[in-house]
Design a protein around this ligand. Sequence first.
Ligand code: UTP
Length: 232
Amino acid sequence: MKRTVISLGGSIMVRGEDDPKFLMEFRDLLLAQPKDHRIIIITGGGRTARDHIRIGRELGSDEATLDSVGIEATRLNAWLLISGLPDECHPVPIGSIEEALIAIGSFRIVIGGGTHPGHTTDTVAALIAEKWKADSFLNLTAVNGAYTADPNEDRNAKKIDSMTSLQLLELVSDTASGAGSHSVMDPVAAKIIHRAHLRTYIMNGRDLGSVKACLDGKQFDGTIIYHEKEVS
Ligand code: UTP
């Protein structure tokens, strides 16, 4: 049995552009996978999470409460993905890592959102991948891989085709820690990828050609994260 965990960015699920078309094509890609390929998907909160967190912060909320606001947005997106999937998918968003591991025993696709305050859905997905001993961890985001700097802000940012998990840790180490903060990977998730030796792939989730190629073990447009021990 092949085991894959996907962290699906909320900002690519609902970005106000061809969203139903993307979600239908993503669903078809999942359903076309071989029956012995089990997949756990953790959805992010995207713009809904960020908008609600921003408004709550203006109301004077503490960060832990804003994390809870963000978690509900991630679960809203989990419900959205579930709503388009037939019986092969667990019918409700899982509420914990353990629940995901139980559910995947009975369903070939399991979907969930955030769990506890203080991290992002990348971390939830990485923890599931660690406990489940997943073969691969896909981080589907809004850019086509990891860059040396934020490509939206720095014109000299260069794409990184492959790097070690230690290099990933260094790259994301100065990410801010407040609710709704954003980078190509949550630093806590990067730590789990490193300690668990998780083979990780980062790519643009809207580029389903690359997602399919990656799932099929073929060359794709994105970044591959290896563990040091694999390359030395
Ligand atoms: P996301 O995982 O969506 O963050 O969680 P993101 O990096 O902005 O992801 P994209 O844009 O969807 O790709 C949104 C917020 O929800 C809270 C955090 O505040 C996070 O920033 N959250 C989420 C938690 O506190 N715990 C969780 O397990 C998940």
